[in-house]
Design a protein around this ligand. Structure first.
Ligand code: PSU
Ligand code: MN
Length: 303
């Protein structure tokens, strides 16, 4: 690691040394996943949720090419409003750092940066995965292979329903990644609780999830763990309705020739328009729930 490239704020640094429950939060959801002002409101609310559950939040982003672990309020506001924030996944980090750029980190990049800082827990909304039609496009998020490489436990509401969930699960199995259903036997489908695809293991408490992670680390596994945490029922969307909206958004993406990094942000924003804000409301609810559960797991881990 180049000197001075990793900037960990004081509170987070102290919490790491004291083995406190530090929980990483990503920034792509702020810069590319939600509109303003809901994005910055959500970012602050997530940090508060981590605190309410006894943890220390560490939102991660690249500022002037430096990896920042733990951001100030004005930095969250900047990431939420500036139009020149890049989207950084694994492949992008080295050149964005060299170019001294500002960038929001995806799940993959947030895992990498958290791991560099010694942060083992991370809450997000949904992970990237195998896109529908990947047989043609080969569009498979770098998030998936990151789970094979980087020992961070990630709580998410499953793979976004805009993805091919069965293929995403196959990919994770091939990569040897433990996937846990939190209080469920099925992989959650982001906007609604059950995809119909079984998870390999169900856990019913934060302590059980922490125990699985401890064993994975003690085996010397370098891989992470994916915890699928279903969206709270009161905010879940109707499966058939949201699936129809997703089909529409996917058709728009393909007719406009949207490719690569732009696909996920485009689909999220189109869905928000099509559903008249319903998908965004659900997104905010599930990510909050993930922050709470992730912190509870981290607290159990350090007990
Ligand atoms: N889930 C959301 N909103 C998001 C994302 C996921 O609800 O903005 C982001 C995450 O940062 C994830 C990224 O890592 O989308 C995946 O992008 P890609 O498919 O290009 O790897
Ligand atoms: Mn992609």
């Amino acid at each position: 690691m180049l000197k001075h490239s990793l900037v960990i704020n004081r509170e987070v640094r102290d919490a790491i040394t004291e083995n406190k429950a530090v929980v990483a939060l990503e920034s792509t959801i702020i810069s590319h996943g939600m509109p303003y002002p809901q994005n910055v409101e959500t970012a602050k609310m997530l940090e508060q949720t981590v605190r309410d559950n006894g943890g220390v939040p560490a939102t991660i982003a690249l500022l002037n090419g430096k990896i920042h672990i733990g951001l100030a309020e004005d930095e969250l506001e900047f990431l939420a409003t500036d139009k020149n924030i890049a989207k950084a996944s694994r492949r992008d980090l080295p050149f964005l750092m060299a170019g001294e750029r500002h960038a929001a980190t995806t799940v993959a990049a947030t895992m990498i940066c958290a791991n560099l800082a010694g942060v083992r827990f991370f809450a997000t909304g949904g992970i990237g995965g195998v896109h529908r039609g990947a047989g043609e496009t080969m569009d498979i998020s770098a998030d998936l292979r990151e789970f094979a490489e980087t020992p961070v436990l990630v709580v998410s509401a499953g793979a976004k329903a805009i993805l091919d969930i069965p293929l995403t699960m196959e990919y994770l199995e091939t990569m040897g990644v433990p996937v846990l259903g939190f209080g469920t036997d099925e992989m959650p489908a982001f906007y609604y609780p059950g995809s119909g695809i079984k998870v390999p293991v169900r856990v019913d408490s934060a302590g059980e999830a922490a125990a699985v992670f401890k064993n994975s680390l003690s085996m010397g596994y370098r891989s992470g763990i994916l915890v699928g945490n279903p969206v709270p029922l009161k905010d879940a969307l109707d499966r058939d309705k949201i699936e129809a909206s997703i089909e529409k958004a996917l058709a728009d993406a393909s007719s406009r020739g949207i490719k690569g990094q732009q696909v996920t942000p485009f689909l999220l924003s189109r869905l928000n328009d099509i559903t008249g804000g319903e998908s965004l409301k659900t997104n905010i609810s599930l990510v909050k729930n993930n922050a709470a559960v992730c912190t509870q797991i981290a607290v159990e881990f350090f007990k």
